[in-house]
Design a protein around this ligand. Structure first.
Ligand SMILES: Cc1cc2nc3c(=O)[nH]c(=O)nc-3n(C[C@H](O)[C@H](O)[C@H](O)COP(=O)(O)OP(=O)(O)OC[C@H]3O[C@@H](n4cnc5c(N)ncnc54)[C@H](O)[C@@H]3O)c2cc1C
Length: 365
């Protein structure tokens, strides 16, 4: 019997496979698509400390799309704004996922592309290539995945429709003048917030002759999807050209699911809503959870121990920031601007939120 069968080879599943195999466990990973199509296929913001905590080398070379120099949160389309300087890396997820899969394979894991998990019965995994017996089955199959422990359906008001595209810039002078008009230098991120409901964003970064556009909203509140927000923004700005790569998907918001495991099956990553709900970020959370799980299983611990450790370290943080998300969901741009003016939304709170940490309680910055 193998030690660990991992369903899903996106960021979280590939990290579980890599970090378990690196610790000497025998691992089989399954992915319903080609391995090159697994998980996030766009650019994501991940805080540097999260790689260190997950014991995964920070991205470099082509995998590192950019390092955020300054992050301007703009209320609506402006002018009120707050600027923070977070520790935030812009990561080309296609390359990070490929790296994690390669580490898994290099440490002896077997990864099967185009294999779908259908369920887990009596501790045995049912898949499109037959039954797999493993000491531990890990469900890292994401938001619309296998739901191997009967995860509850996510309520519509807790679903964000996000999109991210890297596009060519066809008129660099016009692009620069757009960023300058918002007080931003090339490399800075300008995040127009609350433009389609309190939770929504259109977030843009100029990198060389390309622009990264990240959008998201909660359509159940009656707003356009992230993809529609990108299309509307591009239509208004003739200096933006065609798409180089990117994608769009739904992601779960809210607090993590109530119980991470059933028998020998453990849910992790988006499949367990280990999502930093305040801005819909699950990459760092999934990597850190993967490392904690691998460490626990490799040292003879079980699912309950892993869950206790995770909740003790991150449960309150994730719960508290989900309250921030719920509070922000119904705010108007004017209300956001007022929160900026009175210092509730401040450089300190924005930096902490982007880095997925607690804000320093007595800092004035
Ligand atoms: C446009 C967009 C922008 C985002 N930006 C950020 C960001 O800036 N920062 C950040 O941290 N997060 C961001 N996120 C969220 C982040 O992408 C997700 O939290 C992350 O991808 C979750 O990783 P995961 O491995 O848990 O799940 P997934 O990435 O969903 O991977 C799950 C994998 O499981 C496979 N699978 C599903 N079902 C089965 C099955 N039955 N059998 C076998 N395989 C299966 C899928 O094909 C997939 O490859 C963004 C999301 C979107 C959509």
């Amino acid at each position: 019997m193998i030690d660990v069968a991992v369903v899903g080879q996106g960021t979280t599943g590939a990290a579980v496979a890599a970090l378990c195999a690196r610790r000497g466990l025998s691992v089989v990973g399954l992915e319903r698509h080609d391995l090159q199509e697994a998980g996030a296929r766009w650019v994501n913001g991940v805080s540097g400390w999260q790689f260190d905590e997950a014991q995964i080398e920070r991205p470099s070379g082509d995998e590192l799309f950019g390092v955020v120099t300054a992050f301007h949160v703009v209320a609506g389309w402006g002018p009120q704004r707050v600027t923070a300087k977070p520790d935030l890396l812009e990561v080309d997820m296609r390359k990070l996922v490929a790296r994690l899969q390669q580490v898994a394979i290099a440490h002896g894991a077997t990864l099967h592309p185009n294999v779908t998990a259908h369920g887990a019965q009596n501790g045995i995994l049912e898949t499109s290539i037959g039954r797999i017996e493993a000491r531990w089955i890990v469900d890292a199959s994401g938001f619309s995945g296998a739901r191997l422990i009967g995860q509850p359906r996510i309520q519509p008001r807790d679903i964000c429709a996000a999109a991210q595209e890297v596009r060519r810039v066809v008129d660099i002078k016009a692009a620069r003048s757009f960023f300058e008009s918002h007080g931003a230098a090339p490399g800075d991120t300008v995040c127009f917030t609350s433009i389609a409901g309190g939770y929504s964003i259109v977030n843009v970064t100029l990198k060389g002759e390309t622009i990264g556009i990240l959008t998201g909203s909660i359509p159940a509140d009656g707003y356009p999807t992230g993809k529609a927000l990108i299309d509307q923004f591009v239509e208004k700005h003739a200096w933006i050209g065609d798409t180089i790569f990117g994608g769009a998907r739904k992601l779960p918001l809210g607090r993590p699911i109530k119980k991470f495991s059933a028998g020998n099956v453990i849910a992790i990553g988006d499949a367990a809503v280990q999502m930093f709900s305040a801005h819909g970020s699950g990459i760092g959370a999934g990597l850190i959870a993967a490392n904690l799980l691998a460490e626990t299983l490799a040292t003879g611990g079980d699912a309950a121990r892993y869950e206790r450790l995770w909740r003790k370290r991150y449960g309150l943080l994730f719960g508290a920031y989900d309250l921030v998300r719920r509070f922000s969901q119904n705010r108007t741009p004017e209300q956001l601007a007022a929160l900026m003016r009175i210092g509730v939304v401040s450089p300190n709170s924005i930096k902490a939120g982007l880095e997925q940490r607690w804000p320093a309680p007595f800092s004035r910055a």
